[in-house]
Design a protein around this ligand. Structure first.
Ligand SMILES: *[C@@H]1O[C@H](CO)[C@@H](O)[C@H](O)[C@H]1NC(C)=O
Ligand SMILES: *[C@@H]1O[C@H](CO)[C@@H](O)[C@H](O)[C@H]1NC(C)=O
Ligand SMILES: *[C@@H]1O[C@H](CO)[C@@H](O)[C@H](O)[C@H]1NC(C)=O
Ligand SMILES: *[C@@H]1O[C@H](CO)[C@@H](O)[C@H](O)[C@H]1NC(C)=O
Ligand SMILES: *[C@@H]1O[C@H](CO)[C@@H](O)[C@H](O)[C@H]1NC(C)=O
Ligand SMILES: *[C@@H]1O[C@H](CO)[C@@H](O)[C@H](O)[C@H]1NC(C)=O
Ligand SMILES: *[C@@H]1O[C@H](CO)[C@@H](O)[C@H](O)[C@H]1NC(C)=O
Ligand SMILES: *[C@@H]1O[C@H](CO)[C@@H](O)[C@H](O)[C@H]1NC(C)=O
Ligand SMILES: *[C@@H]1O[C@H](CO)[C@@H](O)[C@H](O)[C@H]1NC(C)=O
Length: 335
């Protein structure tokens, strides 16, 4: 049984208002625990985690396969291609396990895919090793908690923790198996004009890498000023934000960004959060192969250990072969 949850907690009335605008109609939500984004029952076997080799470069083999989904299962939700081991439909055995179920909400146009009904973040892309979701930004009023504990997902190191504003600081707390891990940074500027495009070194924008192998985080943003601060207040029309998102996708446009009242909407729409996925719970290839339910179809495919501390494995096609290694007939020759 595992619970995957992401929620925002509002600390002021303004926060609550902004929350309402973010999540449409669910406005009766409580003041503290506001949004449970995911809750999923998952996982298979108890066993030892084992760390494999190098992180694989991102590939898109399974979404291009002709054996994309199980027979009788949908493979598309709006713009999202949903390849097995992911699958849509609740009790239809279309995915390899509940953590891989995708819920397609056709009330949206185009339809949006979610890891669970009622989520705020929707799924925007699936690759052979990652899943990207839309973003949600922390403000002074909202902490963000994003929690994929006991699910197939961990946060990829390609994500960065970014803070935008003047005289703000923000931090991220998480835990690995053995220790508490945190990161954070602060922004300082005497005017919005201090901010320089493509530089997140502290003037209007700061950035730090996130800890490896985390499956949840809490982020919080605060103003640096205290009541004894004699420096002039710097108005930041965009507002101040902190977020985790794909580092190569977010580019800071300096003072133009800090003057943009739609900055947060733009970032939420364009800068995804990258999750890494693996199957088999914490089993390595060697362990899974020795058991029932090994997922790599036995033709031209091979197993790769996840490089995460939490273990798991994935299936890939042998070099020169293409297709979906999780479904018959497996991988096929190129010619
Ligand atoms: C994350 O979820 C797990 C269970 O799914 C729970 O035990 C844990 O307390 C949650 N962590 C946070 C920070 O919410
Ligand atoms: C692997 O996961 C199972 C639960 O699925 C757990 O009981 C076991 O302790 C885990 N093994 C390691 C080494 O973490
Ligand atoms: C995966 O990890 C296990 C345990 O560490 C190891 O025995 C096995 O050789 C690895 N398999 C691959 C394909 O890397
Ligand atoms: C497969 O599809 C993705 C996007 O869906 C695309 O970027 C990629 O180039 C395609 N081809 C291969 C061989 O991966
Ligand atoms: C689900 O699919 C698997 C094979 O992928 C099969 O072994 C199992 O019996 C199916 N379960 C149901 C309820 O159809
Ligand atoms: C689909 O989205 C609409 C609009 O946000 C929401 O009211 C509805 O409850 C969602 N449906 C499901 C099944 O989650
Ligand atoms: C992490 O910090 C919490 C308090 O915030 C503490 O209860 C917990 O024991 C710490 N865990 C480790 C592994 O140090
Ligand atoms: C402000 O300054 C006073 C006197 O120096 C000091 O007692 C007080 O703690 C300061 N307040 C803060 C928030 O630093
Ligand atoms: C960056 O800001 C400049 C104005 O300073 C504007 O002309 C340009 O379109 C902006 N670029 C992006 C990508 O927003």
């Amino acid at each position: 049984m595992l619970l995957v949850a992401a929620y925002i907690s509002t600390q002021t009335e303004t926060g609550l208002l902004k929350y309402r605008s973010l999540v449409d109609n669910q406005s009766e939500a409580m003041k503290t625990l506001v949004l449970i984004i995911m809750c999923a029952v998952v996982l298979m076997f108890p066993f030892t985690a084992s760390i494999g080799t190098n992180p694989a470069p991102e590939t898109f083999n399974i979404v291009n396969a002709t054996n994309l989904a199980k027979p009788g299962c949908d493979s598309r939700c709006g713009d999202l291609i949903v390849p097995y081991p992911f699958g849509m439909g609740i009790n239809k055995n279309c995915s390899i396990g509940t953590g891989f179920q995708i819920y397609c909400n056709t009330s949206f146009n185009p339809p949006k895919a979610f890891l669970r009904n009622g989520d705020y973040n929707h799924v925007v892309q699936i690759s052979d090793s990652t899943l990207r979701t839309s973003n949600l930004l922390a403000t002074v009023e909202y902490r963000i908690v994003s929690n994929y504990t006991n699910s197939p997902y961990t946060f990829s190191k390609v994500n960065k923790f970014t803070v935008l504003g003047c005289h703000d600081y923000a931090w991220l707390d998480s835990e690995t198996k053995y220790k508490n891990v945190s990161t954070g940074c602060m922004t300082i500027c005497s005017s919005v004009d201090d901010a320089i495009a493509n530089e997140c070194s502290g003037s209007g924008c700061c950035q730090s890498s996130i800890p490896k192998d985390i499956s949840f985080y809490k982020t919080e943003l605060r103003g640096l000023r205290d009541s004894n601060d004699s420096r002039p207040v710097v108005e930041v029309p965009s507002g101040s934000y902190a977020f985790v998102g794909e580092g190569d996708v977010f580019s800071f446009n300096g003072s133009a960004d800090l003057r943009d009242p739609h900055l947060s909407d733009r970032i939420e729409a364009t800068v995804p959060i990258v999750l890494e996925w693996a199957i088999g719970g914490n089993l390595s290839c060697a362990e899974a192969e020795a058991m029932d339910g090994f997922a790599c179809v036995n033709s031209n495919s091979q197993c790769v250990n996840s490089t995460r501390e939490s273990g798991g494995y994935r299936c890939i096609c042998k070099q020169g072969y293409q297709g979906n290694p999780y479904l018959p007939p497996g991988c096929q020759g190129n010619n």
